[in-house]
Design a protein around this ligand. Sequence first.
Ligand SMILES: *Cc1c(COP(=O)(O)O)cnc(C)c1O
Length: 455
Amino acid sequence: MNYISTRNKQLNLDFGSIFLRGLAPDGGLFLPEKIKKFSKDELNKLGKLKYNELATEIISIFCYPNLDKNKVKSIVEKAYSNFEISDVVEMKKIDDINLLELYHGPTLAFKDIAMQVLGLMYSELGLNQKTINIVVATSGDTGSAAIAALRDKKNINLFVLHPHKKISNIQRKIMTTCDSNNIFNIAVKGNFDDCQNIVKQMFNDEQFREKINMSGVNSINWARIICQIVYYFYAYFKISSKVNFSVPTGNFGDVYAGYIAKKMGLPVDKLIVATNENDILCRVINSGEYRPSKVKPSLSPSMDIQVASNFERLLFDVLSNDDQKVAKSMQNLKENGFFKLEKDELKKIRENFSAEKINDADTLRVIKDFFINYGFILDPHTATALGAAYKVKNNSKTVVLGTAHPYKFLETIKLAIGKNVVPPKQFSDLSKKIEKFEIIDNKLEDLKKYIREKI
Ligand SMILES: *Cc1c(COP(=O)(O)O)cnc(C)c1O
C-alpha cells in the first residue's frame, strides 16, 4: 500500500515509514493512495468473523507489505488479550438505543483499542532503529492509553503533554501514577490546542525531530484510524441494515474512521458528529466556514478541541484530491484564522455527515435521564453522542459510540445523578498511588530543553 500526503500526492511512502513519521514532511497528513472497497460477498464473509479476525482482515490491508497478515494477527491477539471482554467491544441494546461500548481496555477509553496495537507495531517496525522518542499531546485519554501501551518498552521513551488542570482528576491520576522510567508526564500551562501545537511545531522542526528520532501517536497517526475502522464494521454486522453512527468528536479521528468504513463499502447512512461547546465541526458542517475559536473547558474534556486535525483528511476528499487546494486552505487557516468551503464542497460533506452541539446542561440532563430510565451510567462524552442521536431521531437505526467509562469522570457523574461511580477493580487503589509530573510553561523551547535533558 502506497501512502501520499494531503498536501502532496506525489509522495510515495510505505506503511512502515508513515507509521514512524506520523506527520508528513510537508505538514500534511498521510493517506493511502487507494481505499479498498469490499463487495457484498466480501462483506458477508467479514460478517461471520470474530472481532480479532475482523481486525486482522481490515488492519492488514493497510500495512502490507511491512506487516503481513500473520504478523497482524499475532499483534491483534496480543493487543486485545488484556481487554476485559473477549470480543474487545460490546453492543448493548438499551430500550431502542444501540450503545457500542468501546471502553473495556486497560485505561477505560476507546483510545486503548488503537493504542494497544500501535505499541506492538513499534516493537515490530522500529526494531532496528535507535531509541525512538514519542511525543504526544493528550486531552486526557490518549496519554493514558499510550502509557499503558508503551510502558517499559525497550528503546522507546514517551513524553505525554496534557493541559494543566484541564483534564479530570482520574484521567490525570491514571497517567501520572505510572512509575516506568521511560514515561514522562508534562502538564503544559495552556489548553489542549496549545499542547497539540507544540507537538506539531516539534514535528516540523526537521533538525530537532531527526536529532531525537521523534515519532508520534496522536490521532493524526494513520495507524490509529485503521484500528478504529474495525468496530464500525463490527457494529454494523450486529444490526445488519443501513445504520447511522453518533460519535462524540474532538480531533475528528474516530468519526473519520467511520467515514473510511463507509468508503470501504459499509452501508452507513449518516455519521453524526456530536460536539460539546467547542463546536468548530458543527459550524463547518452547518455553514462551510472552518474557523477555530478559543477552547472552552467543558464536562467532556477529551473533546475540548478547536483545531480538529483529522478534518484535513476529509478536506482532501471534498476538494477532489487537489493537494494544492488543501495546502492553500491550510495556509489560509494559518494566516487568516479560517477557510471557507464552496457550496458543492459542503454538499459532499453533508451527504455523509450531520452535526449537533450538546452543551454541558444538555449533557448532565442526558446522563440523569438515562440513569433514571434505565439505571445505566453514561460518561459525559458518550452522553453528548446520545444527546445528538436524540436530536436526529431514528434511534433504532443509530449506533451510539460509548467512548469512555464513567469512572473517569466521577465528579461530573456525581453532579448529574448524585452518586459515586464504583471504580473498576484494576483501579481500586488509584488514590493511594503517588503522582509524578512536571509543570511547564506553554513554550516550545522549554519543552525541547526538558526532552533534551531526559534522553
Ligand atoms: C478522544 C476522545 C473523544 C474524541 O475522539 P476524536 O477522535 O478526537 O474525535 C471522545 N470521547 C473520548 C472519551 C475520548 O477520549
